[in-house]
Design a protein around this ligand. Sequence first.
Ligand SMILES: NC(=O)c1ccc[n+]([C@@H]2O[C@H](COP(=O)([O-])OP(=O)(O)OC[C@H]3O[C@@H](n4cnc5c(N)ncnc54)[C@H](O)[C@@H]3O)[C@@H](O)[C@H]2O)c1
Length: 287
Amino acid sequence: MGSIEEPIEVQLPTAAPTFAPTPSLFSLTGRTIAVTGGGRGLGITLAAAVLESGGHCACIDILPSPSELEWTSLLALAKSSNLTVSYHRCDITDETQISATLDLIAETGAKLGAPLAGTIACAGIQQKVPAVEYPVEGFRRIMDVNVTGTFLTIKHSARIFMREGTRGSVVMIASMSGQVANRGLTCTAYNTSKAAVQQMCRSVAQEWGAHGIRVNTLSPGYIRTAMTDALLAAEPEVEKTWMAGALLGRLGTPEDFKAPAIFLLADGSSWMTGADLRVDGGHCASA
Ligand SMILES: NC(=O)c1ccc[n+]([C@@H]2O[C@H](COP(=O)([O-])OP(=O)(O)OC[C@H]3O[C@@H](n4cnc5c(N)ncnc54)[C@H](O)[C@@H]3O)[C@@H](O)[C@H]2O)c1
């Protein structure tokens, strides 16, 4: 095992992979994938997608335990597929915690013969406050979790990939709100944080490409999860505004992001880095 100071030289391919059958381009067999925000919502659904694609999965979340119903079905799925799924309570804004958690996940993966080869940075928080009233602590908290926490997650993932010589893939969950301001929503801190995640992606992609590490963002439109349920419960009329931009006549579900996330993690996207994949039911396509 090399150190970060002396990275293992990665042999970058000089040509496109030849004649890989299409299903193998979406396979995560022999890999471990870490998912932050994996305790509920979008993250836990993407954890199921990892298992369904043949990968071992490690969920990381600040919650004491994951959502019971989904976790029971993840355990059953892992067992029936001869794979493992683990849950790690961790605050992604605490560098010591996230670094140790990812190291543990990588160590366990190596023992299974399935190195840590991908990370989905999905943990995030949202807050709706008019900009002129935004308390500085609230603004800083959004930046701390959505920007700094995401950065620490991908920084320590990349350190592991470099140390182990793994050509890993990082997928950061940004948002269409990184590119457009949501009509009727006073979410300046959140929107700012998601734009930062999209630019972070481009910055680290140009640093880490030489190590064979790919970094992309997946930017969802409106999805029904605990995060948006709380918002819509407080202001039900907001749903009308959202539906007005829904070109396919519905809001998103976490399941809509399974295939896009697996595509970004697996070899099918092997010539894609520093990019944003927007999946928003057409919301940003029309004014
Ligand atoms: N729901 C939407 O409409 C929507 C749209 C665009 C983007 N997103 C993004 O998708 C991601 C998942 O959102 P969701 O809708 O599933 O929300 P969610 O609130 O259900 O899930 C977010 C998860 O992140 C975890 N988390 C928060 N702070 C953490 C921390 N400090 N350390 C570790 N874990 C932490 C939470 O405990 C929670 O389990 C977020 O990044 C969100 O910004 C959501």
